[in-house]
Design a protein around this ligand. Structure first.
Ligand code: 13P
Ligand code: SF4
Length: 303
């Protein structure tokens, strides 16, 4: 912590000077999560929080689609992205043209797009979803067939829990697709008491091996509530690092996989953004208006 302290102190000072608030995703590193964030959460919680921010500036410690979502939901705020290259393999896997292709293939089917998408894709969708509410949103659609984009594994996991026929775009998360059911079974044989908790961006075979599946905040809550002796978080590495200190009785089994996009956000870059006020995210008004409808519909259905 000694090497982080000067950054943490200066960022927290500048935050007040700039009338800024830091919204951080659960995958941020511990020095961001514990040192400078005003609010931490999963994608749904971050989106809802963005609607409530009164400060003039939001610094989004997360990936680009999260900053866009904040800007869409609270357009009068300056939303700073500490590194514009912090993308997401899912958001990069589909464009608005891809959504149009899916609509042409499945006429009349509503499009439920994951929030891990660009503003243009959200604008071309009927409603958004996150990992926390995907089944609820798909089930709320009137049609029998629902298009989900762009995460094929989230879509398959939702289909296993929903009465709807789910068709999907073939995107995937480069972090969660690396886990295999074989690896988890092998680990379980060695350590039968270990609880395995997976994010729904993992393959259905991995989810089938898990004791619990949920959003990043759902995972944290499960571990806090259940306090297993040993747990394997089948998700991004910082999740375990962020909660390990508060749960000294829980052993966090490795391995984990790192998200190279999330890890682009560092204290140095947050400090630079607050100092220079560079890196403001803009969304074209017409796109933002349509995208806002899709995100707000999701938030309304999730309350
Ligand atoms: P959550 O909405 O569960 O936080 O997931 C976001 C994400 O990018 C997971 O890879
Ligand atoms: Fe995207 Fe996967 Fe990284 Fe989440 S973990 S931001 S879904 S690449």
């Amino acid at each position: 912590w000694a090497i982080y302290a000067p950054y943490v102190i200066e960022i927290n000072r500048l935050k007040k000077e700039r009338n800024a608030v830091i919204l951080a995703h659960n995958y941020m590193t511990p020095e961001i999560y514990h040192g400078i964030a005003d609010f931490v959460g999963d994608s749904l919680q971050l989106a809802i929080k963005a609607t409530e921010v009164e400060e003039e500036v939001i610094v989004q410690c997360g990936v680009h689609f999260m900053a866009e979502t904040s800007k869409i939901l609270n357009p009068s705020k300056t939303v700073l992205m500490p590194d514009m290259a912090a993308g997401c393999s899912l958001a990069e896997s589909i464009t608005a043209e891809g959504v149009a292709e899916m609509r042409a293939k499945y006429p009349g089917a509503p499009v439920v797009s994951y929030v891990n998408t660009t503003a243009e894709v959200k604008a071309a969708s009927d409603i958004c979803c996150t990992s926390a509410n995907a089944v609820q949103i798909v089930d709320a659609m009137e049609a029998d067939t629902v298009i989900m984009a762009p995460d094929q594994y989230l879509a398959q996991n939702v289909a296993n829990l929903s009465k709807k026929k789910v068709v999907y775009w073939p995107g995937s998360c480069i972090v969660h697709e690396l886990y295999t059911a074989e690896d988890l079974r092998a680990y379980r044989e060695l350590q039968p008491e270990t609880k395995i908790i997976a994010h729904p961006e993992c393959t259905p075979a991995v989810v089938a091996e898990a004791d619990f599946t949920g959003s990043t905040s759902g995972i944290i809550k499960w571990v806090e509530d259940n306090r297993p002796q040993e747990v394997m978080l089948v998700t991004e590495c910082s999740m375990a690092s962020n909660i390990a200190d508060e749960l000294p009785d829980v052993n966090f089994a490795k391995p984990c996989n790192m998200c190279p996009y999330m890890k682009k956000i560092t204290l140095e870059k947050v400090l630079y953004a607050l100092h220079t006020m560079e890196g403001a995210v803009e969304v074209e008004a017409e796109v933002a208006e349509k995208a806002r409808l899709a995100v707000e519909r999701m938030i309304d259905l999730s309350r």
